[in-house]
Design a protein around this ligand. Sequence first.
Ligand SMILES: [Cu+2]
Length: 470
Amino acid sequence: MISRREFLESAARLGAAAVIVPEYVPRRIESIDSGTIAVNDIHSQRIVEVTLTAAPTRLSLIPDALTEVYTYNGRLPGPTLEVREGDRVIVHFRNELPEPTTIHWHGLHIPFVADGSPFHPVPPGKQLDYVFTIQPGTAGTYWYHPHPNHRTGYQIAKGLYGAIIVRAAGDPLPASLSERLLILSDNRFLPDGSLDFPDLRSPSGRADAENGREGKVLFVNGKIMPTLSIRSGEVQRWRVINASAGRIYRLSLTGHSFLHVGSDGGLFERPIEVKEILLAPAERVELLVRGTESPGSSARLQTLPYDRYVPQTRPGDWIDPRDILALRYTTESPLAPIALPELLRPIPPLDTAQATATQVMVLSQGLINGKTMDMNRVDVRSPLGATEIWQIENIVGMDHPFHLHGFQFQVLERDGVPEPYRCWKDTVNVPKHQTARFIVRYADYPGKWMFHCHILDHEDHGMMGILEVQ
Ligand SMILES: [Cu+2]
């Protein structure tokens, strides 16, 4: 099992808070997983056992104010859960909030009962153990957040979100690269420092419902405009998570390009050089940032204008680039260049000839195929083991990022243009009046899986449906 020291070291490396792992004592586990744990498994498999408690607290998020927030273990963002492929994860979750909640392990391929979907709410004062195994081949950057019916946007805005890093048995990127974790979020405050949740009937409440709630204050790991340091010549591995309710980031680092090496479900087959990255709500990227400037210089990570909006509610300042963080070069002499691999890992294509159905999802404002979500209705039934194509048609004038629970998919094409490279994703942004097609295989884990728009206000108002795999 992971040692306390290992965990603290990895957390220090990532600049994030660690989950403290108590000594694991083999014992009978009250498992919510469908499988049983043989005694042999306990000895051959690393067990990561952690405790997460959601509770209200007060934190200083903006200068000169304390804000009533919700946190996991008193931290905002919540502790980073760092695990390895093959690990058995046991999360003892306690809900000390005044309302029901869940924890959804966004993007992980795990049993239905551990998914933390609206089917399994945890009432106030109650406890639930989430138990799952990290599947081989799923190394990547994921995140966890609440997913109760109608309250996901509110609870994430209150501060409930955290990162999951899954490490591969053999990572193709050099272990010498220092890592940075960047969890992006935005929020809106009233003059007294409290979070601004307007009445839904007010003009700003109606704009939030349409756009997804945005705020002018941009955070990285809960901090405003933090500074990262880099040494000239150094290469850093950045994992970036969009935890915002509606904001789409168009990321650019002044004077630099990125090597884009991974997406939601882990690394690509090979790095791709890009000037900027579009990151919709719930999406993740892995980037290599090369310290190509001279010692003592600096750069800014920015989000550039991106028009995801309908004209009626488009914010007046959408056109302004915004700084997110400062990158400061140390004054040390430049490091010698290091070799980066040209090949990262093979991604076997899912075969379209094997697809037995095409699921067409028409996205309009707040609706999927003309309906809002009904917990008692199953929208799509598919057999376990089937391969299917999903066609997501956005027929309205704003973007909708589409998320499928439980299964990673491969995007085939966007608006008729074949995807230029293969990768695993669980969320795909479908821009206004465009269509995306992806292929997915329901390899295992029967159950009822949500699919929804990841603009949280849209999701909470019912832009969601249910896939039953059986
Ligand atoms: Cu939407």
